[in-house]
Design a protein. Structure first.
Length: 102
């Protein structure tokens, strides 16, 4: 019999099953129109970065096209994406923010 199976054909619990919830990366995408200062403000406002960190991450997105700006539970990641997309739309900037499973 396999580990934990005994002679009954029934698999009993082998591992303690405390599965951590999956995590999601929140990504910020570059574009040609959103002002740099606006992106810095977004990173400070929604991702708790200080000005220097925010400026650095903004420059990374500007140069590389995309960067991970945070890793969160599904619910928090969805909230962050929604907040950024809504804020950008209200200011008529084409800034894009997405999430993907880590
Ligand atoms: N590329 C933009 C510019 O030159 C700045 C920018 C940076 C836009 C990061 C979006 O996620 C972004 N004004």
């Amino acid at each position: 019999p396999r580990d934990g199976e005994g002679e009954t054909g029934v698999v009993v619990q082998t591992k303690p099953k405390t599965k951590r919830p999956p995590l999601y990366k929140v990504l910020l995408l570059n574009d040609d129109y959103t002002p740099m200062e606006f992106v810095v403000h977004v990173l400070e406002r929604f991702f708790g970065m200080n000005h220097a960190q925010a400026f650095e991450v903004m420059l990374t997105v500007h140069k590389k096209g995309v960067a991970v700006v945070g890793v969160f539970s599904h619910e928090i990641a969805e909230t962050k994406v929604g907040q950024v997309m809504d804020f950008a739309r209200r200011h008529q900037h084409p800034l894009q923010c997405t999430m993907e499973k880590e």
